[in-house]
Design a protein around this ligand. Structure first.
Ligand SMILES: [Fe+2]
Length: 441
């Protein structure tokens, strides 16, 4: 219960026996916490109704919210009635809305006069009420306070109507704020749903698109999809959020989008590229950046990743010869994922490496060429795969819950590496990183 009887009676007594300005402030002092407390609309409405009814000694009353389409007053709180619908409704004609919007202050209503403000087609009767106070904010109808008989048949005198009129704007404002909050919450929830659906749409669409990027050369097939997979796995290993991992997957899918501008014969050329050919190939970063810069992606790092995924930590990469501290983490992640998959893939000018050789070479490239922490994160995922490969998780190993970890490695890659071998690579990499020495193969 929000209000105890005794204080309310005392409050009501003082409302009528003390000087009016003080009375209004006393009631408002009680009303304030009721209206501004963090409660739902029904609790707030009932608390406010209770204060007003006690203050003017009304035996019954109800608070209504105005709904515009279709126009109606719908109850949100009611007290003092023997029987009252769960939601009482007064459908309103435009003449009622006009009268409620334009009338000044609370009005006495009678059997003869109630038709001015209320229809008789609702699920309650207007004859239950003796006074109506339209609730407005900035002249806009928000609702109405309807009050029944006062104690001992007392009249709604001009003084009492004025007191109700003094309190009404505060109740109106509280209801208005509640409605704003509700609509804001609804809109936020709608936006989140929309964002979620857009992300899911992008994910699916980009996966399909990634496959088409690699279609020009047979040895590139599946490369972008795998880079997306590895980039998301590294992000997860680095403790990034699911949304960030999702961004990394998308960045991996699109990192080579500029390849669509490269002559397909270059992609399949078995020997070394001529300088002009190499430049055309290298330009896929700049061309790709130009393409994605025109698209409003839900992930802001995509353009930078597309442009800079061939930059190297020591500044030996392209197109801008940026150093490790000049590129963002997403760029470093995709660079490692890209290099890793390239090592595990057949190329016209070399054979693909076995998993152990690729992991070792990748490890040796850090921290001089690739970011050391990102390579470590990849090795952590590889070790998890290797452990699962040696000893698959048993169904009862997770507190009665059967969970299967998604493997980091693409299914096309055999997991033929041992956890101790990976531990050795990690400790060597750690030693190089902590001593700050660069050891290149
Ligand atoms: Fe590339």
């Amino acid at each position: 219960m929000l209000w105890k009887i005794a204080p309310l009676e005392k409050l009501a007594d003082s409302f009528f026996t003390s000087r009016p300005p003080l009375l209004a402030s006393q009631v408002l002092a009680e009303l304030g916490p009721v209206l501004t407390g963090e409660r739902d609309l029904s609790q707030t409405a009932n608390g406010a109704l209770e204060v007003v009814m006690a203050a003017i000694r009304a035996g019954s009353g109800a608070l209504f919210r105005f709904q515009e389409k279709p126009a109606m007053l719908a109850s949100i709180a009611a007290q003092g009635f023997v029987v009252f619908p769960q939601t009482a409704v007064f459908p309103l004609l435009s003449k009622h809305v006009h009268a409620l919007t334009n009338v000044t202050g609370p009005q006495r209503i009678s059997r003869e006069r109630c038709d001015t403000f209320l229809s008789s087609t609702g699920n309650i009767s207007s004859v239950w009420f003796r006074c109506i106070a339209p609730l407005k904010v900035h002249g806009k109808l928000i609702g109405a306070l309807l009050l029944g008989e006062r104690e001992a048949g007392a009249e709604y005198t001009p003084e009492v109507l004025k007191q109700i009129g003094d309190l009404a704007p505060f109740i109106a404002l509280a209801m208005y704020n509640h409605q704003l909050m509700m609509s804001l919450e609804e809109r936020t929830a709608d936006n989140l749903k929309l964002i979620a659906s857009v992300h899911s749409f992008w994910d699916d669409a980009l996966a399909a698109f990634a496959a088409t990027i690699d279609v020009k050369a047979v040895q590139m097939h599946g490369h972008s999809l795998r880079v997306g997979r590895y980039a998301a796995g590294i992000a997860e290993s680095l403790g990034m959020s699911a949304a960030e991992a999702s961004e990394m997957r998308a960045a991996g899918y699109l990192h080579n989008i500029g390849m669509v501008t490269v002559d397909k014969h270059l992609l399949s050329k078995p020997g070394a590229l001529e300088p002009g050919e190499f430049q055309e190939m290298a330009d896929h970063t700049v061309q790709g950046h130009r393409i994605v810069s025109t698209v409003q992606f839900p992930w802001p790092k995509i353009p930078e990743v597309v442009r800079s995924h061939h930059e190297r930590a020591d500044g030996s990469g392209y197109p801008d010869r940026l150093h490790n501290d000049e590129v963002s983490l997403p760029v470093k992640i995709v660079a490692v994922a890209d290099t890793f998959d390239a090592m595990l893939s057949e190329r016209p000018y070399r054979k693909k490496l076995a998993l152990g050789e690729a992991a070792a070479q990748l490890s040796w490239l850090a921290p001089a060429k690739l970011d050391g922490e990102v390579v470590q994160a990849l090795l952590v995922q590889l070790r998890r795969d290797a452990v699962s490969h040696v000893s698959p998780p048993r169904p009862w190993s997770s507190a009665g819950e059967t969970r299967t970890r998604k493997m980091f490695l693409d299914p096309s890659v055999a997991c033929n590496i041992s956890p101790p071998d990976i531990d050795h690579m990690v400790s060597e990499l750690h030693r190089r990183m902590t001593r700050g020495r660069v050891t290149l193969s």
